[in-house]
Design a protein around this ligand. Structure first.
Ligand code: NI
Ligand code: MN
Length: 225
């Protein structure tokens, strides 16, 4: 069974039989992160958008591991121009990588790099490893197409932002769970900054009231899906 480890904020490390990846590795700039950059060993780095709290340490991790960055086309080009090896994709497209299959989904948000360069549209990811499907929505507001994502995919684990202000808040994230029907929902993108200081237990309570499974994953903890 593949394993997802929460590294804080929206950063997840996924380990399957055929490879290891990291998504949105905001580590050194995140005071709540526990893992050390030099301890991260991955084959691929997936980036949902260019904001600093997502692109994070992607360049350093990619270079240190000779890992490939997978991102929407404009963001991939931005990373390639800075010396990373990249695999560009775009929304609606899927690709089979050695570790598993990745499909890019829509996300309603912005995507500028920390230096102000605009790097296209943000995305979410459906990652299928060892026959199990993980959905990382990226930063997004609630959107009705999540219902379609839930219809077309059996989602074993969904990770969703709940912090409000920049993304869905708790009520909208609970509605997203209703649309996606994942076997397990785990909250992300909360408490890192004062403005997104919400209680993840509240999200779990609402998800359970709707008849779904939710769980708060402590930073550094893993969930097998
Ligand atoms: Ni963002
Ligand atoms: Mn963010």
């Amino acid at each position: 069974m593949p394993k997802a480890t929460f590294l804080g904020h929206s950063a997840f490390y996924l380990e399957g039989k055929k490879g290891r990846i990291i998504i949105d590795p905001f580590i050194s700039g995140n005071p709540t992160a526990k893992v050390k950059l030099q301890d991260i060993k991955v084959d691929y780095v997936l980036l949902s958008h260019g904001h600093g709290d997502h692109i994070g340490d992607a360049m350093e991790i990619a270079k240190a591991n000779r890992a490939t960055i997978v991102a929407p086309f404009e963001l991939a080009n931005y990373c390639a121009n800075k010396g990373a090896s990249v695999h560009a994709m775009h929304i609606g497209g899927a690709h089979q990588f050695p570790f598993g299959r990745v499909k890019l989904t829509i996300a309603h948000h912005g995507s500028a790099a920390p230096d102000g360069t605009y790097v296209g549209n943000p995305c979410g990811f459906l990652v299928t490893m060892d026959g199990k499907t993980f959905y990382h929505s990226g930063d997004t507001g609630l959107f009705y197409d999540m219902k379609l994502i839930g219809e077309l995919n059996t989602i074993d684990l969904a990770v969703l932002p709940i912090g409000d202000n920049f993304t869905m808040g708790i009520d909208d994230a609970a509605k997203a769970v209703e649309f996606l029907k994942p076997k397990m929902a785990i909250p992300m993108h909360y408490r890192t900054f004062e403005v997104i200081n919400v209680d993840p237990a509240e999200f779990v309570k609402k998800v359970k009231a709707l008849g779904f499974n939710g769980q708060v994953l402590a930073i550094g903890s893993s969930y097998e899906f």
